[in-house]
Write a protein that binds this ligand. Structure first.
Ligand SMILES: [Zn+2]
Length: 290
């Protein structure tokens, strides 16, 4: 099996949630359920990213932790939903790309701000990761994190299985510069994730971030993370209210040009978050030999 970091540049994939919304997923509905109820749609999105040049598909398992599933009364479906998420990505990959198991935030604050203890969180993430590992993922991505404490616990739990773990925070613009919702700066966030054992650190999503912000965050994280690999997955611009939903209007060629600039800053892992499409991903991947 090829190893995740064999390549000089690793191209991840683009958005899953906003792609599924275009296929009818309603906001607030747990998208992980679609792995079973709308498997063909999920596989179609993965396949489009594979054909666009992704090296690594990310499972549709954001919200697949026990705590998140509990909110929808789905905690009994923990195994079958996470297994289906991996199977759908692997079916689309058909041996041509690797598959990363997606782990999102637990949706609560850690004790003492919230109700969940570090030990509970650790066991929850370990359980989700073990299900996805048994189903055959090549590594994990812990993403859209705001709290470095939650990131550290989640990364150490995911690292139990000897597979690579990518760690990605979400930043927003603030008067102090870029920081997570919990007030953490990019350099501090990167160090925390690395200390917990992350193999790569970076950023994804963020509704107030443009591509220039992503260049700055990328170089800040690169500088503070030493030799570590940095990953960036921006949204396709800021969301624009459009009727009941949102649309995104970033030009794919702009996205591709940005990736070349980020590459020059030392970023080596690229993908897209909300609003990015297979067309964006194809433009991005076109920069880098497959
Ligand atoms: Zn996003």
């Amino acid at each position: 099996m090829s190893y995740l970091f064999d390549r000089e540049i690793l191209v991840l994939d683009g958005a899953m949630g906003t792609q599924l919304m275009q296929k009818g997923l309603q906001a607030g509905h747990p998208s992980i359920l679609w792995n079973v109820t709308h498997a063909a749609d999920v596989i179609a999105v993965h396949t489009a990213y594979r054909d666009a040049g992704s090296h690594c598909l990310i499972t549709n398992s954001f919200g697949g932790s026990r705590l998140m599933l509990q909110r929808h009364g789905l905690e009994d479906r923990m195994v079958d939903l996470n297994v289906a998420a991996v199977q759908n990505a692997k079916e689309a990959a058909s041996g041509r790309c690797m598959v990363l198991g997606d782990i999102g935030p637990c949706g609560d604050f850690l004790d003492p701000l919230g109700d969940i203890t570090e030990e509970q969180l650790y066991q929850d993430v370990k359980l989700q990761a073990s299900i996805m590992k048994d189903a055959g993922v090549n590594g994990f991505i812990v993403e859209t994190m705001a709290d470095p404490g939650e990131m550290m616990v989640s990364v150490s739990a995911a690292k139990e299985f000897g597979l690579p773990v990518l760690a990605s925070f979400t930043f927003e613009v603030s008067p102090r510069g870029f920081q997570t919702m919990m007030g953490t700066l990019p350099g501090i966030a990167a160090k925390a994730a690395i200390e917990a054992g992350a193999d790569a650190v970076g950023a994804n999503c963020g509704t107030s971030l443009d591509l220039n912000a992503y260049l700055e965050i990328g170089s800040l994280m690169k500088e503070k993370s030493g030799y570590h690999q940095v990953l960036l997955q921006p949204n396709a611009g800021a969301p624009i209210q459009d009727g009941d939903g949102y649309r995104y209007d970033m030009d794919p060629s702009q996205f591709a040009k940005w990736a070349r600039l980020a590459r020059a800053e030392g970023v080596t892992i690229f993908g897209g978050c909300c609003g990015t499409t297979p067309i964006h991903l194809a433009a991005l991947a076109g920069n880098f030999a497959r």
